[in-house]
Write a protein that binds this ligand. Structure first.
Ligand code: HDE
Length: 706
């Protein structure tokens, strides 16, 4: 019986896979002979060479499997344990390596080594993320983006665990679990995924007036960024710099993207999520792999206690900003991302950020949100990574020398060597504590009673919300109104919608009116009564608008060019040259992905077929189609959508005269506005590129009623 089984395995079992066939062909013999020759032998995790990786050990070819099959057992056991818990928030993220370069010495303010020498380069790892969605959710959720930076300084890791929005929903960390429960999927039905547009979120928010400033930000275009590369980042809390004389200066950290800020519109975001759920990941991957390294400038707002005392709001309150017009952020260095991780899990998934990782010279303020975070991040790493030895994982290990006596525990990769694992001791000269070089907490004088109180100075929840709204351009204000309407239209409980409108009345009456009208409220509710009396009318802060601070450059952006057979090859090449000269990328969208033959007989390679390359994936589009091609494309819904969406999303559209039938069939008047540019030569190409620098033609928006 056993004899027959062995024979069957040899003759039919192995030859059954492509892998085997390839190897057999290569050597013309047995599988193991090939493995021992050209390729390294496959082994178990214990290092034992494996003879057969495709068939479990059985009694006969069709018989039961044997427990004795240690290779199968090990392989399936390891597979069954591949997942670790996803982050409870910020589960979906994407990271990259790079460096931070210090501009000038900041020794006057801080003794942190990273800020002592001009030109000093410090290795960095950054992880961007969405907050609410699971690991596999889509990139264009309306959400805050995490902007977590790990700087491997010579005095240990400094983690600046920030967001792309400078304020937060709550003032005290004790409320965080409730906030997160409310935003995540509702517990009975387990939906919606990665969305704030549901009852429990807006119920919590409408009962939490301190969240109103943040609500303005997350209902703005900031929550649907075009790319990680075009986002700002913020440390959010007030921190401290402490210098060698133990003097403290308050500091707020800002990251400014070199390529300027840019967002998408909501209708576009929804479509991107379908067309390419990995849109932000792919964007960062492509940019870095092609050598276009994204860059941010670190700027700091520095202030002393006297400024803090004179400022309208409490600098310990994370629901408030210090407007840049009041306190100018000073550039202190730049962050460049220039290398993707070798392995996503090993680096991006296992990276452990902790707000409490600060080097000597950087310290905390009493912000109750920050204080709570300092407590939370260690727990979360133990839960996620499973052992107190998570600092042994290379991505989390410091890159400077380190010496301590922590030992043992699960997965200990390195333990103190020798006899001595304690200090002080009389056997070894070190390591020893170092009052001079070590971290010394700023010796702030504290006294008071133990209380659970929110300070009065945290009470004004509407002034800065109103200031943010008033600082937006009209299209941006419209987007906020539409976002609120969309979100609240998904709320099924009418009283929650009304409660939200009653808060909006305290922010801006026009905004409240519009939202109430679009929601079909019969009459306006009474304004929410929480602390309205304290509301101030603050001057607008132009720095808060994305559109006002547009880059006026098209570098780092992408143009999609729709082509048909017979396209003018020369014009296409000229267009490509102009786009690339601008520092942007051109991708060809063609009826078949292989490409098309141009009129001059040259072959134009396609990057996408029309279904796979909708215009939402691009910043601007060109329609280089012949009249015959255009006529044919009018029959394809994807081609009509390509044009109609580009127009509706206020993008610049260049078109060869032959494209007119396609424009018309898509409902776009070829002469509707200056954003439609006839492409009939080099001059027109230049004017198209010039227009693209504005990124969008917002003047069109009212006409298309986005
Ligand atoms: Fe976090 N946050 N957070 N957070 N947070 C986490 O740590 C927490 C807050 C932020 O890419 C967790 O490793 C509390 C503000 C980012 O790996 C957890 C509070 C800001 C990331 C945690 C806050 C952030 C996290 C979950 C209220 C902006 C992703 C997984 C006091 C300044 C880091 C993890 C990465 C992640 C706790 C509020 C930013 C549970 C208790 C405010 C960018 O520890």
């Amino acid at each position: 019986m056993a004899k027959t089984g062995a024979k069957t395995a040899k003759s039919s079992g192995r030859a059954a896979t492509i892998h085997d066939q390839k190897l057999l062909r290569g050597e013309g013999g047995e599988l193991h002979q090939v493995a021992e020759g050209d390729a390294p032998a496959l082994t178990t995790a214990q290092g034992g060479p494996v003879a057969d990786d495709h068939n479990t050990l059985k009694i006969g070819a069709r018989g039961p499997s044997l427990i004795e099959d240690f290779h199968f057992r090990e392989k399936i056991f390891h597979f069954d344990h591949e997942r670790i818990p996803e982050r409870v928030v910020h589960a979906r993220g994407y990271g990259a390596h790079g460096f931070f370069e210090t501009y000038d010495s900041l020794a006057q303010y801080t003794r942190a080594d990273i800020f002592q020498r001009a030109g000093e380069k410090t290795p960095a790892f950054v992880r961007f993320s969405t907050v609410a969605g699971s690991k596999g959710s889509f990139d264009l959720a309306r959400d805050v983006r995490g902007f977590a930076v790990k700087l491997y300084t010579k005095e240990g890791n400094w983690d600046l665990v920030g967001n792309n929005i400078p304020v937060f929903f709550i003032q005290d960390a004790i409320r965080f679990p409730d906030l997160v429960h409310a935003v995540k999927q509702e517990p009975d039905r387990a939906f919606p995924q990665a969305q704030t547009a549901h009852d429990t979120f807006w119920d919590f928010i409408s009962l939490t007036p301190e969240s109103m400033h943040m609500i303005m930000w997350i209902m703005s275009d900031r929550a649907i960024p075009r790319s990680f590369r075009f986002m700002e980042g913020f440390g959010v809390h007030t921190f401290r710099f402490v210098n060698a004389r133990d003097e403290s200066t308050f500091v707020k950290f800002h990251w400014k993207p070199k390529l300027g800020m840019q967002s998408v519109v909501w209708n576009e975001a929804v479509k991107i999520n379908g067309a390419d759920p990995d849109f932000h990941r792919r964007d960062l991957w492509q940019a870095i792999q092609s050598g276009n390294f994204p860059e941010w400038e670190l700027r700091v707002q520095l202030f002393d206690q006297a400024f803090a005392d004179s400022f309208d709001f409490d600098i310990l309150d994370s629901t408030k900003i210090i407007p840049e017009e009041i306190l100018e952020p000073i550039p202190v260095g730049r962050l460049v991302l220039d290398r993707m991780p070798d392995n996503f899990f090993a680096e991006t998934e296992q990276v452990a950020f902790m707000t409490q990782n600060v080097p000597p010279g950087i310290d905390f303020s009493n912000d109750p949100l920050l204080q709570g975070r300092n407590f939370s991040y260690l727990d979360t790493q133990l839960k996620r990574l499973g052992s107190p030895n998570f600092t042994h994982i290379p991505i989390n290990a410091p890159k400077c020398p380190f010496h301590h006596f922590q030992q043992d525990g699960h997965m200990a990769m390195r333990n103190p060597v020798g006899r001595v694992n304690y200090e002080p001791n009389s056997f070894e000269p070190g390591p020893r504590e170092s009052p001079q070089r070590g971290f010394r907490s700023f010796a702030d004088a504290e006294e008071g009673q133990k209380v659970r109180l929110r300070p009065e100075s945290f009470a004004d929840h509407y002034s800065q919300a109103r200031q943010f709204f008033n600082s937006q351009t009209p299209p941006e204000q419209r987007h906020i109104a539409m976002a609120l309407t969309f979100e609240l239209s998904k709320v099924e409980t009418p009283v929650i919608r009304e409660r939200m409108v009653s808060h909006l009345l305290n922010i801006d009456e026009g905004l409240a009116d519009t939202v109430a009208d679009k929601l079909g409220l019969k009459k306006l509710p009474k304004p929410a009564d929480a602390a309205v009396a304290t509301r101030k009318d603050l001057p607008p802060s132009p720095a808060l608008s994305i559109i006002e601070n547009g880059p006026d450059r098209f570098v780092g952006r992408k143009v999609g060019v729709l082509v048909s057979p017979g396209v003018d090859g020369d014009l296409l090449r000229k267009l490509q040259a102009a786009i690339e000269k601008e520092g942007s990328v051109m991708e060809v969208v063609s009826p078949k992905v292989g490409g098309v033959e141009a009129f001059d007989g040259s072959w134009i390679e396609g990057r996408h077929m029309i279904d796979g390359g909708p215009s939402v994936l691009f910043d601007a589009v060109a329609l280089l189609v012949t009249e015959e091609g255009a006529e044919r494309l009018t029959n394809e819904a994807a081609a009509r959508d390509f044009v109609a969406d580009a127009f509706a999303h206020c993008k610049f559209i260049a078109y060869a005269p032959g494209a007119i039938p396609l424009l018309q069939k898509a409902g776009v008047d070829p002469e509707a506005d200056e954003g439609l540019i006839v492409l009939d030569g080099s001059k027109a190409i230049a004017s198209f590129i010039q227009s693209c620098r504005k990124l969008r033609l917002w003047g069109r928006e009212m006409a298309v009623k986005l």
